[in-house]
Design a protein around this ligand. Sequence first.
Ligand SMILES: C[S@@+](CC[C@H](N)C(=O)[O-])C[C@H]1O[C@@H](n2cnc3c(N)ncnc32)[C@H](O)[C@@H]1O
Length: 165
Amino acid sequence: MATAVVLVTALIMLFGFVVMVGAPYVPTLRVQSVTALDLLNLKAGDSLLELGSGDGRVVKAAAERGIQVTGIELNPLLVLWSKLITWRYRDIVTIKWGNIWSTRHWPEKTDGIYVFLLDKFMQKLDKKVTQTYPSQSIKLVSFAFEIPNKKPKQERAGLYLYLYR
Ligand SMILES: C[S@@+](CC[C@H](N)C(=O)[O-])C[C@H]1O[C@@H](n2cnc3c(N)ncnc32)[C@H](O)[C@@H]1O
């Protein structure tokens, strides 16, 4: 009984802590993952960065298209799980355990970015993307939340596509 209580408390703390620095774990549904990847329109060999990659389902869906994916996730359990489910794509998938706001985890170059965060983080995200990739052409898709004062190039089923450069 005591072990169960400790385990449940640890899980609540693990998932709860994330809320202080980012969005809680709510996964993108399969149909939305497909729409997000269609909007990004990346080709096999292109690269995608997912900030807050959750259980790795979008990472996996992108890898199935031959896209080279980097996922960054704060919750170590979700990191482990996503490494497991993307194991067969390990040549093109990298899952990093870390904080998305520390841009040292971000790859040097990326063709696309996918996020499902929260309204209050969208301005900060916009600034980070602009600062980190000042001269790269990047397509960014955000699920559910728009970037303030930035016009999306396209909107489909609650997913917003933005172009940088
Ligand atoms: C709304 S969920 C989306 C998960 C995944 N992107 C998807 O679409 O299925 C947000 C994810 O971001 C992670 N997260 C929140 N803040 C973070 C941070 N500062 N650094 C890394 N990951 C973070 C959460 O643990 C959670 O898995």
